[in-house]
Design a protein around this ligand. Structure first.
Ligand SMILES: *Cc1c(COP(=O)(O)O)cnc(C)c1O
Length: 368
């Protein structure tokens, strides 16, 4: 089914942007360094600078970034890692794959890890906190970092959804000991395929992640640990370098649209506002309403491709449901209220108006 307003449009129509991507691919074809070519190093440098971290490591996906970062922490057996109950499942799975136990804490009304719930879930086994900047809004990092410092815990940001988001002058990825980004095609800084990035300051973290990234190889041939092949493709790095140049424009366009939505919809649903001195990246524009399912059907009927991004909390997934550890009452009550509506730079003013009218017609029309 084609939608009048698609949720996302990944085709590249803007001629200048299309040419920039083709030029980037041409350069790779010419130099021929397809694996770990110069674009990988350049991208790592530009991202680490953008995010205010010492080092960045390009990897094959956001999931790979999380897996390698958690493994690079080298957590003791039986460690617990506190994660928010609401996220894409890769967050909790990375903890499990590293041999640790995800402990599910609650979220606040902004859909991010609630620091007071983090505090309540700390035990002698707690080793790390893995906050997620859900929808592209930065978590309450001041409070989370304070708790971490008090208890000597490591903080890894799952910043997959928040490239370019800021609190004050601090960008997503600058807060934790390590940070992970996804650059999959739906994310704010998207590759033309799978890609991700790990950021860290501590040379030990960087080195362990680097060795794990390619089969545990230390000096070209000798393998030290059972790693994987988690390297980013040079082609994707080249694409991302071209796209990094327009990220500020992309985020600004999304924020402009979000402001239009906020003005039109704040009286009828809970909208994702920006706090003072805060910049959201608007990975998604996610509203909250008690009539989520009915509104979803209404919009789909109008040809507006709304999305229910995470219909289940992570601890409700089959993998965790029997043994999930943690309390998350607010997450349980909010997860059924969340609906993401189209908000991306490929939309024109007509499309924005169509979405606004669609949502409004549900609340003041006879469709309820
Ligand atoms: C997208 C995403 C991931 C995984 O990224 P991939 O690149 O798709 O593997 C992990 N965590 C969160 C919160 C995400 O949104």
């Amino acid at each position: 089914m084609t939608h009048k307003v698609p949720f996302l449009d990944l085709s590249v129509e803007d001629p200048a942007h299309r040419q920039a991507l083709l030029d980037a691919i041409e350069r790779v074809l010419t130099h021929g360094q397809i694996l770990l070519g110069p674009e990988v190093e350049q991208l790592e440098e530009e991202i680490s600078e953008y995010c205010g971290k010492q080092e960045a490591l390009g990897v094959g996906s956001g999931t790979t970034a999380l897996y390698l970062a958690m493994e690079a922490l080298d957590l003791p057996e039986g460690s617990e890692v506190i994660v928010p109950a609401l996220s894409w499942i890769a967050t909790a799975n990375a903890v499990a794959r590293a041999g640790a136990k995800p402990v599910f804490a609650d979220i606040n009304d902004e859909l991010n890890l609630d620091p007071s719930s983090v505090q309540e879930h700390i035990t002698d086994q707690t080793a790390a906190i893995l906050p997620v900047h859900y929808t592209g809004k930065i978590s309450q990092m001041d409070a989370i970092l304070e708790i971490a410092e008090d208890h000597n815990l490591t903080v890894v940001e799952d910043a997959s959804q928040a490239f370019g988001a800021r609190r004050g002058n601090s960008p997503a990825g600058s807060f934790g000991h390590m940070a992970c980004f996804s650059m999959n095609p739906m994310k704010v800084l998207p590759a033309l395929g799978e890609a991700g990035m790990i950021l860290a300051d501590d040379p030990d973290h960087v080195e362990r992640a680097r060795v794990l990234r390619y089969n545990g190889i230390v000096d070209g041939v000798r393998s030290k640990t059972a790693g994987m092949n988690g390297r980013i493709d040079t082609l994707q790095a080249a694409v991302l370098l071209a796209r990094l140049e327009r990220t500020e424009d992309v985020i600004q366009r999304r924020r402009d649209m979000a402001n239009q939505y906020n003005e039109a919809l704040a009286d009828i649903v809970k909208v994702p506002e920006e706090g003072p001195n805060e910049r959201r990246a608007y990975y998604t524009y996610t509203i909250q309403t008690g009539e989520r399912d009915e509104l979803y059907e209404h919009l789909i009927g109008l040809g507006i491709e709304a999305k229910i991004r995470n219909p289940y909390l992570m601890p409700q997934q089959p993998l965790y449901v029997k043994k999930a550890q943690g309390e998350y009452p607010n997450a349980k009550s909010l997860v059924g209220n969340l609906l993401s509506i189209p908000c991306h730079e490929g939309m024109d003013e007509d499309a924005v108006r169509t979405v606004v009218e669609g949502v409004c017609s549900f609340f003041d029309g006879g469709s309820r």
